[in-house]
Every structure is written in structure tokens, then in C-alpha cells.
Write a protein of this length. Structure first.
Lengths: 355, 356
């Protein structure tokens, strides 16, 4: 079954209301752009959050918006000044276009650009459509050995790469990741690729921890409900033979995880906040201070992250295929969202429209 | 295309002509045109005047408008410009990176392989024109208290700031600056502003050293060209009462013997920053460096944030560039300014922009 039109798009009209619409085929904005035919798109907690809440923080869906941002596809058109790609090349899309002129962009932090145009963050349309236009330097060519399905995982993998680089994970170290959803799992995988030899995954769901062990975790832990953060931390340290980890990543957004992470970290350790949950929480600031911990916020991905993510997959150091649990056709996209809302699956891929 | 852009053009070593050139057109929405007020003379300009270029050369077939240290007044702005408006007095950052490559996106646009730097042969023309086009984010509005002549010095001051930032200079450290040219003087002033406990400055030219002493108020050192660099370093440590040596060396001469002396003068774990450009291939005392775990950094022009810091140092009064301005010549006497600099007359000689 095919969907009608030249650029069918999956649109969020308002909370819980989605539809397929024909949108104009996007044009190249300049000679260094490429137009990509989308083949695979993964969906993320943020896509689902817009579906269920219509907003994330100050980003509010005010008019119908195409969803999706974790995509891979095939170059359908290349601008006249494009040198790194040609029509037919398979690429992973880095779906945020920064301004390139502001202080953040020029200082190496384009992910913090105030004028960032990010796919499926209002008011910019996403990639759950047939065609998407990006500058060539925001597409990474996939080697022949990397599939388009794996290409769709490059986006969340790049988040994990960005987090792990901020954490400065070093070979031979011990890292702990709270939350074993896709980002947490990929953080475990990247920590391993960066040389960590003890990787502890923490979650409330055993099935997720089983997958974490398959992916990269050497240890897993389920906190006991009712235990304080300090108590959980003590149990984790015991599990690790009394050795506190040097690196902690929170990929859950849960206050309990954040607190446990601070309590479990070794002195001088590094903490990176990847997960987004409540906007304000109670934080163990004294523990943080007396152990001289370093805390880092993390937002999306920056220079070099996508390239490294593709390299990790191409070299076999990270296997993203393990995270793909469901595949749906483009016309069944809403099913994918409903599955995620129900808490099922890990990474669900939506195929590109077949026209 | 209007041909009313009077310019100073180099056709070869010693061959300068003043002629009209096409007025630049706003092609990118971020472009602005600046009416140039003043242009400074740098050692590289002198090299072009003497030799026609450094690596790439100018020629009769491919002449080049000179100049890269400049200030001016905004003349016209493209449709996407919000940072500046016509009439604004600005300092100019004269290198335009591609913004798309790995280096640019990593925050190191100064080493962009596609960098278009003013007065770089064969085709990137310089600032010695009536009007000069730049992207708006490379124009920096200057405060009312800074003159357009002083604004020319923001460029070399940014070179100095870049070198000092690479050194990761921390308050309380000791610094040796080698060279009392514009860059050395400004590097020493910047090092002081960054909280160095002591700054020592060295030059073989006593007159320059005397100026430095007055300008900076710091201790001076005269290298002895009959000594070896190792011997000179020992003498420096003795004269400056430094048991272990200095924490940071900012090399601003480009001379091999100076670099060697600086390295020998460093304490264990010290940082050496090569700012000055000289002979392409130079020998360094690697064994001594390894034994001390010397950190070596190389500096090239200026990177994100350097111009902003330079302007702030000037606005806050932590650094003053006025004493470095030695002369100003009319536009068509540009060659006179180059000659003065070549002969070592003055520190910073300025060329006035085209007058109406």
C-alpha cells in the first residue's frame, strides 16, 4: 500500500491528533544544500511528548507540525556547490541547522545557537515525510556496511557520543548510567567504546537491564523503592566491590537517579545530565561540593559527534541494531507513537513513504 | 559595476599603484560595506613590499590591494544585518572563514583551510580601499572613548590575546615575552592584565627595550648574541631572580635563537607559545623540553572570542594602545608608512583611509 502525493508528511495537528498531509516538496535554499528522500525514522521521547502534551517547556506546537527527527535517507538532489555528496548516497541526517554567525556557533557550540532550526521542534517541521533539505555538512555519508536502519539510530547515538565526550570517559574507568531507555543503552555502548571497563546500568525494569547487559553493561542494578539516594549508592558501591565509579550519566531525568548518581560518584568524578524530567529538583549539593564533582549539562550534539557516531557503527564498536524492536510502515506511523506511549519497545522505526 | 573604490594596489615587490577598483557589492544578506578610516602596517606588509609576498606572490597579472589591520565607519548593510548600522564606528576582524568545515564548527575558525584573509594572494584583497566588504559578525562596534586610530590596534592586540589564552595563563604566574615589537608589547600588556605576578620582556634592541620599560613598567632583559641560548637562559634566571625559570614564554620574534633561549628559561612543566613567525624550519632543544615536560603551543592569528576580549581590555583601561601609534600618513603615502616600518622607525605606523 502506498500513500498518495509527492511529499506525504505525518503531521501533528494538536494533542493526540495526527494526520497525513501532502506538503510541497522542499526546495534547496542554496548551492550547498542537499534534498534527501527519507527512508527510515526512529521516534524519540520528545516526538511522543509533543504528541501527548503539545509542548516541551517553552516550545509549544502552535500550528500543525511534521514530526520526527531521527532519520536516514538517500540523497535525491544536490546543490551546485556540494562536493562531499552525490545523488544516490545514503546519509544519516543531523537535523538541526544553526545560524553559523553567532558567538556560540563560532566558538564550537552550535548546539547552543539561539537561532537553531531543529526538525520537529516548533515551529520547524520534522523528517516524517518524503523529502527533507539540509546543508551538505549536516549529512553524514553512511559507509556501504551501515544500513539505513542503523542510519536512523545515528541521531540518538550522537546524543550518547556528545554526553560521553562531555563526561570525558577514559579507558580502564568505571561508568554508571541511570536509565536504560535508548539514550541510556547507547551511553553504555559508547562508554564501552571509549574504553570504560566497568559499566553499570540502572533502571527499574529488569527487561531493560537485560538488554543493557547484552549491549555493553557489565553490572546492572534495580534500586529498591523506599531506599534513599545514599542507601542506593551504598548498595551500588557494594555491587562494584567497594569501588565508586568515576563517571555518572543520568539518562532518565528522574530526581532519584540524579541524587543517587551524586552519592555514588567517586571524589573528583564527572556527572553529565542527559535525561530531561522535572525542570526543578532537590539536589544533594553538599555531597557534590565536598567531593569536588564536576557537573555538566548536555544538549543534543555538537561538532564531530555525528561523524564519530557513524564511525563507531561502521567499525563495529557499537551495535545499534540491538535497540530496534519494532518496524512500522509510514502509513502506520501513529501505531509507533502509541507503542511508545504504552511504554513498549526500545527503538521503533517508521519506514519512509513509498510513493 | 561602479569603479569608484580608490585603492592601494601592489603589483610586485616595490611596485605600488593607486587606482580605482570596482566598488564591492552586497551579495550575501550578512554583508556590510565599511568606509575605511585607518589601516596599520604590519611586518607582513613590509615583507610584501620587499618581496612581493610570502608564499603566494602578487604579480602584474594578479595585483593585490594591501592592508589587513583596519578600522572604519559602516557605510551600507545587507538585509540580514542587525549588529551594526550605517554610521557605526568599528574595528575590523579581517579574516573570513567558511563556517562549514570541521575547524570552523569546532570553534577554531582561524585554521579554516578555506579562510579568506585580507591581502592574501592571489585574490583576497585587503583593506586599503575606500570601501571594504565584510560579513557583519566580523565588525566590532567600538566605544566612544576609543579612537578610530586606536581601533586599528585591536587586530594585533587580538593576536596577543590569542597567544596569552593559549598559554592558559593564570594569575600569579611568571611570564617571559620575547620581542618588543607591537605583538611583544601587547602580549606583555595582556599578560599583566591576565594577572601575571611578573612579566619580563626581552629584545636585542635597547631603544625598543627602553620604550617597553616605560610602557609596561616591567623588568627587561637584553639577550647576548655571543652567548648560547642555554647560557643566556641561565643569565636571565639569575638577573630576574628566578630559581626555577618562568612559567610561560610568549615568543614574539620568530627568531630561532630566541625560541631556544625561551625554552631553556622555562621552569619544569612550563608553557611555550610560539606567536612570532620567522624561518619556516627551526631547531628546538627537544631533550631539554622532554626532561621538563615543556608544553609547546603554536598560535595563529585570532580565534572566537579574542576580538571581544581585546576590546574589553581597551575599554576597561587594562591595556592602552595609544602609545604605540607612531605616525599617520595620507592614503597615497602608504609606501612611506611601509618604508618607515621596514627601517624600524616607530612601532605602529598608520595609513589614513581615502579622504573625500
Amino acid at each position: 500500500m502506498t500513500v498518495a502525493g509527492q511529499n506525504p508528511s505525518f503531521v501533528l495537528k494538536k494533542v493526540h491528533e495526527v494526520s497525513f498531509e501532502e506538503r510541497p516538496i522542499p526546495k534547496l535554499s542554496g548551492p550547498r544544500d542537499v534534498r534527501i528522500e527519507i527512508k527510515q525514522t526512529g521516534i524519540c521521547g520528545s516526538d511522543v511528548h509533543y504528541y501527548t502534551h503539545g509542548a516541551i517547556g517553552s516550545f509549544i506546537v502552535k500550528s500543525p507540525m511534521v514530526l520526527g527527527h531521527e532519520s536516514a535517507g538517500v540523497v535525491a538532489e544536490a546543490g551546485s556547490a556540494v562536493t562531499s555528496l552525490k545523488v544516490g548516497d545514503r546519509v544519516a541526517l543531523e537535523p538541526g541547522i544553526p545560524c553559523r554567525y553567532c558567538d556560540h556557533c563560532k566558538a564550537g557550540f552550535y548546539n547552543l545557537c539561539a537561532d537553531m532550526k531543529f526538525a520537529a521542534t516548533p515551529p520547524y517541521d520534522g523528517t516524517l515525510c518524503r523529502y527533507y533539505v539540509l546543508p551538505e555538512d549536516f549529512c553524514v555519508k553512511l559507509p556501504d556496511t551501515v544500513s539505513l536502519e542503523e542510519g536512523a539510530l545515528i541521531e540518538p547515538l550522537s546524543v550518547a557520543v556528545h554526553v560521553s565526550k562531555l563526561a570525558k570517559i577514559t579507558p580502564g574507568s568505571s561508568a554508571i548510567v541511570f536509565g536504560a531507555g535508548p539514550v541510556g543503552l547507547l551511553c553504555c555502548a559508547v562508554a564501552k567504546a571509549f574504553g570504560a571497563t566497568t559499566i553499570t546500568a540502572v533502571d527499574l525494569v529488569q527487561a531493560r537491564l537485560d538488554l543493557a547487559k547484552e549491549v555493553a553493561a557489565t553490572h546492572t542494578f534495580i534500586p529498591t523503592r523506599g531506599d534513599s539516594a545514599a542507601e542506593s549508592a551504598a548498595k551500588i558501591k557494594e555491587l562494584l566491590g567497594g569501588k565508586a565509579p568515576q563517571f555518572a550519566i543520568d539518562a532518565s531525568g528522574a530526581a532519584a537517579s540524579v541524587n543517587t548518581a551524586i552519592h555514588v560518584l567517586a571524589q573528583g568524578g564527572i556527572y553529565v545530565q542527559a535525561g530531561m524530567g522535572a525542570s526543578e529538583i532537590t539536589f544533594p549539593i553538599t555531597e557534590f561540593t565536598i567531593k569536588e564533582l564536576h557537573a555538566h549539562g548536555s544538549f543534543r550534539y555538537g561538532p564531530g559527534d555525528y561523524q564519530l557516531a557513524v564511525e563507531l557503527v561502521a567499525s563495529g564498536r557499537v551495535d545499534v541494531k540491538k535497540l530496534i524492536t519494532h518496524r512500522v510502515k509510514f502509513e502506520d506511523a501513529e501505531e509507533a507513537f502509541k507503542l511508545v506511549v504504552k511504554g513498549q519497545g526500545v527503538k521503533i522505526l517508521i519506514g519512509g513513504p513509498i510513493v | 559595476m561602479a569603479q569608484d573604490n580608490f585603492s592601494c594596489v601592489l603589483y610586485g615587490a616595490g611596485k605600488v599603484r593607486f587606482e580605482d577598483r570596482p566598488v564591492p557589492e552586497i551579495s550575501d544578506p550578512h554583508d556590510i560595506l565599511i568606509r575605511i578610516s585607518y589601516v596599520g602596517v604590519c611586518g607582513s606588509d613590509v615583507h610584501f613590499w620587499m618581496h612581493g609576498g610570502v608564499i603566494r606572490m602578487v604579480s602584474e597579472e594578479e595585483p593585490l590591494v594591501m592592508g589587513h589591520e583596519a578600522s572604519g565607519v559602516v557605510h551600507t548593510v545587507g538585509p540580514a544585518v542587525t549588529r551594526v548600522k550605517p554610521g557605526d564606528r568599528v574595528a575590523i576582524e579581517p579574516g573570513f572563514p567558511c563556517r562549514r568545515c570541521k575547524q570552523c564548527k569546532e570553534g577554531r575558525y582561524n585554521i579554516c583551510p578555506k579562510m579568506k584573509f585580507a591581502a592574501d594572494p592571489p585574490h583576497t584583497h585587503g583593506t586599503l580601499s575606500r570601501l571594504f566588504k565584510i560579513p557583519d559578525d566580523f565588525a566590532y562596534r567600538i566605544s566612544d572613548s576609543l579612537s578610530l586610530q586606536e581601533a586599528v590596534l585591536v587586530e594585533p592586540l587580538s593576536v596577543a590575546v590569542h597567544g596569552v589564552r593559549l598559554a592558559e595563563l593564570r594569575p600569579g604566574q611568571t611570564v617571559l615575552v620575547q620581542g618588543c615589537g607591537t605583538i611583544g608589547l601587547l602580549a606583555a600588556a595582556t599578560a599583566k592584565a591576565y594577572g601575571a605576578r611578573s612579566v619580563f620582556i626581552a629584545d636585542i634592541n635597547k631603544a625598543k627595550l627602553d620604550f617597553a620599560k616605560g610602557y609596561l613598567g616591567c623588568a627587561t632583559f637584553v639577550p647576548d648574541l655571543t652567548s648560547t641560548p642555554e647560557q643566556d637562559a641561565v643569565r636571565l634566571k639569575r638577573e630576574m631572580d628566578l630559581e626555577d625559570g618562568v612559567d610561560v614564554v610568549l615568543e614574539c620574534t620568530g627568531i630561532e635563537a630566541s625560541a631556544q633561549t625561551g625554552i631553556y628559561a622555562l621552569s619544569a612543566g612550563g608553557v611555550f607559545v610560539q606567536i612570532g613567525l620567522g624561518k619556516p624550519l627551526q631547531a628546538l632543544p627537544l631533550l631539554a623540553m622532554c626532561e621538563k615536560e615543556t608544553v609547546v603551543k603554536t598560535a595563529f592569528r585570532y580565534a572566537p572570542g579574542d576580538y571581544e576580549i581585546a576590546l574589553e581590555l581597551l575599554d576597561s583601561g587594562k591595556v592602552s594602545v595609544k602609545p604605540l601609534i607612531s605616525s599617520t600618513v595620507p592614503f597615497e603615502s602608504a609606501a612611506e608608512a611601509w618604508e618607515r616600518t621596514r627601517k624600524g622607525e616607530g612601532i605602529k605606523n598608520l595609513i589614513q583611509g581615502v579622504q573625500d
